[in-house]
Structure formats: C-alpha cells, structure tokens
Write a protein that binds this ligand. Structure first.
Ligand code: NDP
Length: 682
C-alpha cells in the first residue's frame, strides 16, 4: 500500500510508522496510508515564514496574480488525472467537477483580482482621510502581507477546492501556506500538490503539505500566522480555544457545521415554474456530493398548505437518482467519503427521528449500480418530515452530513424568517419566490443569520449558480454556529492575510508610500508634457499646470447647441430667482471638455493610445461666464496591463488627477481620468 508523502521544507518525505489506512469509499479497500509521525512541525512553520514568506511578499499583486494564472493553466491541463483519483472518494464526475475545476477556478478568479490591486507588494485600504484644515496632514490605511504562514486545516469533502480556494487568496496576499487536508481524502490533495510542485511555478516555501494528523502543529503558530479551519463544530471549537491561539491573538477563521435552509415562497404553487425550480434545487442539494457539502440544504421550509405536495414531488425526484459506483455513467449519486461518516450520518438521523418521520429513503438499504452496498459507504437519500419545527430543537441543531434533509411547514413569511434563524447562523439559505416584496422581507429579516442568501426564480434560474456554490467573488462563511468566519469575497478575502495599519503624514509622504498621488501633495516637473512620456518613464506625481481659458456665455450656448442639453440653468435668459444659481452657468461636461482641451497634448502621434474613461467626476462650484479655467494635471496611479497576444501593443493604464481651478484658485471640479499609454518594451 502506498504511503502518502508530506511536502515539507522543500522535500517530499514519508512519516514514520504504518500510518492511518485510507480506504476507497466505493470498495472499502485500503488504498493508501497517511502519517505525519516524526515531522518537526515547528520547522515546517519556520520554513514557511523564513523561505516562502519573503519570496512571496516581495512580489507585487500583479506578479502574484500572473503566477496564479499560470498555475491554474498548469493544473487544468492535468485535471483528468485528478478526476481519476477522485472516484476513490465516492464522488461522481459531476461532484468532482465542483472540487477540481471549482478549485482551479478559484485560482483563475484570484489571478484576475490582481487588477483591483496596485502593482506593488502592498496596497491601500479605503479612501484617504483629511486630518487638517490646511491640507498638510492626512491619514490613510495601508495593508501589508503578514510575515507568517497561513495554516489551513481542511475538511474531507473538498480535498482540492478546500485547498485552492484558500491558498489562491493567501498567495495573492503574499503569504505562504501549510495545508493539512482531512486525512481520509488527502491522497487527492497530495496528487494536486505533486503537480503544483512539479510545475515549479510557486516560489520555494509557498506551499507545504501534511497528509495525516496535525499533531502539535498549532502549538507552534505565532502572531503573524493565520489559521483557517473547516470541519466539525466540536473540533473547530477545541482548536479555536487553544491557549496558543488565544495568547498570540492569532486570526482563526472557522467554518463549521451549518444547518442551511431553503424556503418555498408563499406565492409558489404546484404547476408554476418556481415550483419546479424549488424541487430541482432541493433534489440537487440532497444528492450532489451525497449531501457532503458544507452548504447543502439541511432544512426545507414550505407553506403548510402545500407540504404534502412538496414531499410527493420530492419523493418522485429523489427516486430518479441512480446511486452506485461513481465511475458508472448512469450514476448520479456516489458514496459517502467513508464508512465512518456513513455511521455518523445514520446516528444523527436516528436522533432526528425522535421528532421527525422518514418520508423518503431507507437508513439500512440502498440499491446500487456496479458496487457492493455493504462494502462501500453508500446511503440512500433521506427525506424527513417534521410537523412542529417550533417545538423541535434537534432539527435545527444536528447536522447530518450526508444526503439528508428535513421538510417543515411554516405559516407566514415571518415564521419562515424565525425558522431560518433557528439554525443559529448558517453559511447560506435560499428563498424561491417570484414576489420581490416577499424576497425583500425575507432577505432583510433573515440576513443577520446567514453568510449568503440566494433568491431564486424563473428570471435568474437559467444562469443561477445555485444554492450550494460558494463563489470566489462573494463572501463564504456564516455567523454563529457556522463558525463566525468569512472567506473569499474578492478583495475582502485577501485582506484577511494582511495587516492593516493606519498611516499619517503629509500628502507628499503618503504619495511616496502608497505610490498613489494624494491631493495636496507636491507635484514634480515631468520635464516635458506627460502625454509625451512612455508608461515606464511616467512617475506618480508628474504634474503640469495648464494655460488659462476664459469661459464665455457664447461658449455655453454653443455647447448647449452641440450637446442638445438645454437645461434652464445654462440659458442666459432664465429667471434665476429661487434656483441654485445666480446667472447662466456652464455645463459641468463643458468644463470637463474644456479641461481636456487644456491638458491634452497629442496633435502628433505619441505614447498615449487612447482615453479610457473617467473614474470619478465632481463639479464643486458653479462656473459663470467670465471665469478663468486652469487645470492642474497630475499622474495619479499606474496600472500595468498584460499583453494578450504577441502582437498586441504593450501598454499600461495611467490614472490622472484633473483639478479644475478658477481664477481664485478654488476647485470648480475634480476628476480622475484614465488613459492607455504605450510601453517602450513588452
Ligand atoms: P473534523 O472536525 O474531525 O476534521 C476536520 C479537520 O480537522 C480535518 O483535517 C482533521 O484532520 C482536523 N483535525 C481533527 N482533529 C484535530 C486536532 N486535534 N488538531 C488539528 N486538526 C484536527 O471533521 P471530519 O472531517 O471528521 O468531519 C466530521 C463532521 O464534521 C462531519 O460529519 C460533518 O458533520 C462536519 N463537517 C462539516 C463541514 C462544514 O463545512 N460544515 C465540513 C466537513 C465536515 P484528520 O482528518 O486528520 O482527523
């Protein structure tokens, strides 16, 4: 039997002893052994901090993002090997798609997120904050990568996604990872890590893997590390409460048992499209991954007058799910990950049966295709019915981590909200309704207790990603018993691996630190018009002050004619009493256009390729005929762009601060405009 290897301190090593036997979920045969015995956990974490961390933190977000993209492409090309191994976990090909391609998808999504960050190893957070009347003192928030490692203790149900959804984020943040997958399915994680190491794409120390027990690892974490945990509430609480975690104030992100629910809106009755959507969604959530998803629907709430129709329709739908060897082409539901897990699910269902009745499936028998139901961890889908959900606590408390869900009646929408909240905090919930008033009441009422809420109806169903899919750009996690954690969520997730520090100083100093021009900072002489400079040659703070232009009443009339904007404030003969203005006022867009007329230099070919748009535009003071307009034009920020095709023009985006000033030196408008600027080289 092959012993899995641990990838630590830059080497593959096997642990001591025989290790824990890992069984094929379908055949029950021992296929691997896992051991971390003899591993020096302190040195593993040290290696991550001293070798992986410096290598990652010195890269810019854009470099890290491109690294993630290359890794995603590398793994995608090898996905068939992972699918083959994944069958041993009991997962069908469709189940494995969520795990394997869903995991790789997280690498792609985070790679693209680089564009939301500067081309620096660190970034700002939020808006600048003025702290003085004279404008010489200000504040900002800066985020720098933590100097530690991200320690991920993962669950058995997503051996690939569980690793990649987290690592993609910590790598983008500039922090290395130590991954400890749940032992029983760690052979699949090992295969993916082997491919990652082979690829040579990540810097040394960016990833270490432990297949087997975590032993005393958490006794060696320090204040610069971050620990994440996905698994059972009991283990999570035990780890979160460890002295070391508390003493060192180590961020501990926990995602534990979650009693997710779905609500059938009161407007939905049999025969409507939403009814079919509801039945389909519930069936999917019970059977996909054999219900072993942290987001799977455990509680179903339906209006009391349609309860019978719901379970009849669900019985029919569940009966159409062939179960068996996940490699068989007809099979739609495979096995649970282990016989132990099946036992745990059965025990928990028994507890629920004290107050609920079984309306579909059997705890003891299941018909399977091309498999042995005694040897493999197979279980029939189970639908329970509980008539008095306000009186029963277990149904809102016991997570049966398998193909199990309980149907319950509710009266009005407030009752549905109260029942949804009885889960004491869940990762996600759904409501199926075509009534947006009801959707609003439900979402606003139930939001405090959920990490994510899906409103499903005919309008979005075709493209909906479904109840059970956490998405890289949306937060994943839930309050209360779901662990109180939050992962992913686009740029939000990246910040969990960074230290936020408030910085104070002059605008010029803050510009130097952030590499983003702050209003009021000293500008620098670009030596020539900045539109004549290539991307590489431009410096943040390059600044020019333009000639003056006098705004005349005839110009305003002409702009009104040209644009068709004849708003009364721009007409010379308007009676202005009771309005915001004293007399004819220039169109804001005319001032912006006149500004462009002053700051643009480009009558001959030059490095500026095109005007890319306006990020922000404010008109701060009315401009009346006779005003003298001047523009202070400053290079604010530079954002690199990749060359997609070999013969694409190499270029970057340059953001410019356009300060529109009148003859008193006051701002009449301010804008951030974007141009595409040629690079000298690719
Ligand atoms: P566990 O909580 O036992 O394990 C989760 C992870 O924690 C595994 O990697 C496990 O490693 C590790 N772990 C266990 N004990 C320790 C420890 N003392 N120190 C450090 N790490 C430790 O959950 P299981 O995977 O066994 O699943 C049990 C139940 O948890 C399921 O039946 C289900 O109810 C729930 N669960 C909930 C999930 C959710 O997201 N809501 C996801 C998965 C499970 P090892 O495998 O080596 O023991």
């Amino acid at each position: 039997m092959k012993k899995l290897e641990n990838y630590i301190t830059g080497r593959w090593i096997t642990g001591d002893g025989d290790g824990q036997q890992l069984l094929d979920a379908v055949t029950g045969q021992a296929i691997y052994a896992a051991s971390t015995k003899g591993v020096d956990f302190a040195s593993v974490l040290d290696y991550g901090r001293s070798v992986g961390n410096p290598a990652l933190r010195k890269l810019t977000f854009h470099e890290r993002g491109r690294m993630l993209r290359a890794l995603a492409q590398y793994l995608m090309a090898r996905k068939e090997e992972f699918y083959r191994i994944s069958y041993h976990t009991g997962a069908t090909r469709a189940d494995s798609w969520i795990d394997i391609e869903g995991g790789i998808g997280n690498l792609f999504a985070n790679a693209s997120l680089r564009r939301k960050f500067p081309d620096l190893p660190y970034c700002t957070d939020g808006d600048p904050i003025g702290l003085s009347k004279g404008g010489s003192f200000m504040g900002h928030h800066l985020l720098v990568p933590k100097e530690g490692v991200a320690v991920h203790i993962n669950a058995y149900n997503f051996p690939v996604w569980g690793m990649l959804e987290k690592c993609a984020v910590n790598w983008l943040a500039g922090v290395p990872a130590v991954v400890k997958p749940a032992s029983i399915t760690s052979y699949l994680t090992e295969a993916v890590v082997k491919a990652i190491v082979e690829s040579g794409i990540l810097p040394k120390g960016a990833l270490q893997l432990l297949c087997g027990s975590a032993c005393d690892m958490l006794e060696h974490v320090t204040a610069q590390d971050v620990v994440t945990f996905t698994g059972s509430k009991s283990t999570g609480l035990m780890l979160k409460g460890q002295k070391r975690i508390l003493e060192e104030s180590i961020p501990f992100n926990m995602e534990a048992d979650s009693l997710n629910c779905i609500v059938l809106g009161k407007d939905v009755v049999p025969g409507t499209p939403e009814w079919d959507l509801f039945i389909k969604e519930v069936r999917k959530e019970i059977t996909v991954k054999a219900g072993q998803k942290c987001t799977a629907i455990r509680r179903i709430f339906a209006p009391e007058n349609v309860i019978e129709d719901v379970y009849i329709a669900l019985d029919k739908a569940l009966a159409q799910t062939p179960i068996g060897n996940p490699a068989h082409e007809k099979v739609r539901m495979g096995a649970l990950a282990s016989l132990g897990q099946r036992e745990e699910v059965r025990n928990n269902v028994q507890k629920l049966l004290a107050t609920s009745q079984l309306v579909y499936g059997s705890l003891d028998s299941v018909e399977v295709l091309e498999a042995d139901a005694r040897k493999g961890a197979f279980l029939s889908p189970l639908l329970l019915l509980n008539d008095s959900p306000f009186k029963s606590e277990d149904v809102h408390d016991i997570e049966c981590f398998g193909p199990v869900s309980t149907l319950m009646p509710y009266g009005d929408i407030n009752e549905a909200i109260q029942l949804a909240k009885k889960g004491k905090g869940s990762l996600c919930c759904s409501i199926v309704t075509a009534d947006n008033r009801m959707a609003t009441d439900f979402v606003v009422g139930a939001a405090t207790h959920h990490g994510r809420i899906l409103v499903l109806n005919q309008e979005c169903a075709k493209e909906s990603t479904g109840h059970g899919s956490p998405l890289p750009l949306l937060v994943h996690g839930g309050p209360g018993r779901a662990g109180g954690g939050e992962e992913m969520g686009g740029t939000r997730g990246v910040k969990h691996y960074m230290q936020r520090v408030a910085i104070q100083g002059s605008p010029t100093t803050i510009t130097a630190i952030t590499q983003s021009y702050q209003a009021g900072a000293q500008g620098s002489d670009p030596g020539q018009h900045p539109f004549r400079k290539y991307y590489e040659d431009l410096r943040v703070g390059d600044q020019i002050v333009t000639e003056k232009r006098i705004i005349r009443s005839e110009d305003i009339d002409a702009f009104a004619e040209l644009s068709g904007d004849h708003f009364y404030a721009h007409k010379v003969d308007t009676d202005f009493s009771g309005t915001m203005f004293e007399k004819q006022v220039a169109h804001g867009y005319f001032i912006m256009s006149a500004a462009a007329g002053l700051f643009v230099d480009g009558s001959e070919l030059g490095p500026v390729l095109l005007n890319y748009g306006i990020d922000e535009l404010r008109f701060t003071k009315p401009v009346y005929p006779g005003a003298e307009l001047t523009i202070r034009f400053t290079c604010k920020e530079k954002v690199p762009q990749d060359q997609k095709e070999e013969n694409d023009i190499p270029k970057g985006i340059v953001k410019w601060l356009v300060e529109m000033l009148d003859e008193t030196g006051e701002h009449v408008g301010v804008a951030t405009i974007l141009t595409m600027v040629k690079r000298r080289q690719s």
